[in-house]
Design a protein around this ligand. Sequence first.
Ligand SMILES: [Zn+2]
Length: 322
Amino acid sequence: MMGENKWMGKRWEDMDTDVLVKIFKELNLVELSPVSQVCRLWRSACSDPLIWGTLDFGLLKSNFIQTRASPYIWVDDRSDKRLARILRVAMAISCGNVNCMIFHYNLFMKDEHLHFISERSPHLKRLVMPAWNRITKVAICQAIQRWQELESMTMPTIGHPPYIMEEIARSCKNFTELKIMGSFDQQFASAILQFLPKLKVLSLRCSKVSMDALQCLLNSMEYLEVLNISHCLLLVIAANGRKQVVHELDSQIFERASRLREFHYCQSRLCVACQRMVVDEGIMRWYRYEDWFWRRDEVRSLDLQDYGKLFDAGCERLTSVE
Ligand SMILES: [Zn+2]
């Protein structure tokens, strides 16, 4: 029959790209790598934005030990090399199509890693990088300068926040969302107010937050629409440096927060996250808890959900055996 002959004569190269992309979307990074080398058509299908929209390395961690001096961790050489290799493969196949990149809080990148990915992901809109210990100011600022389309970032607490806020304000005109993991003080709030006054979404979930900083946000951030202070340890810091935990917010705070579109707040002895926060004295020790715990957020756009397919448990296993 005609139809049959036509089918028999069809070659791989004639296959519809959409169909290929659908199939390749089910593969992980390790499986995609050889597939991308079959032919030009397959290579281009492998780099489709549908596959690379979110590059989730949430399962990839460094082998490290904590140290006393800055940067307070030491990472073994094999981890660094493995990370470089995985980033090389991912960036080569994705061809600049990554929109969102997620890293684990125990993955400690170096300047050279950051430099490499920022050069090869010009359209990045969202970055989740909860650990910066080994990254220099110069390197992070250079990366931000390259990511001009950046809209959203999850970052750790840092000692001197103004420089990074200033760089974001200068380079990323569409930046609206920020999540900070660790602690949030008056200095941080002032830096945001000074450089990112039009920020719309801020999450401090499970952080140690000073009441001064919270008041500063509520009083002065006119454009803020969404604020998450769920399970935070709220502190009043007296002039003599004494810290006192605030167990309940007063009505004035709630009144100010009522103009927000979303205000997420949870402070309860019955809440598991709040209990953990108290046990950990305000600096959440994420490694003690379920693997997904750090990825959650009450703000839907900041929630990382389950681990992505591209770098799944299969990749983690394969890349650790050498
Ligand atoms: Zn809670």
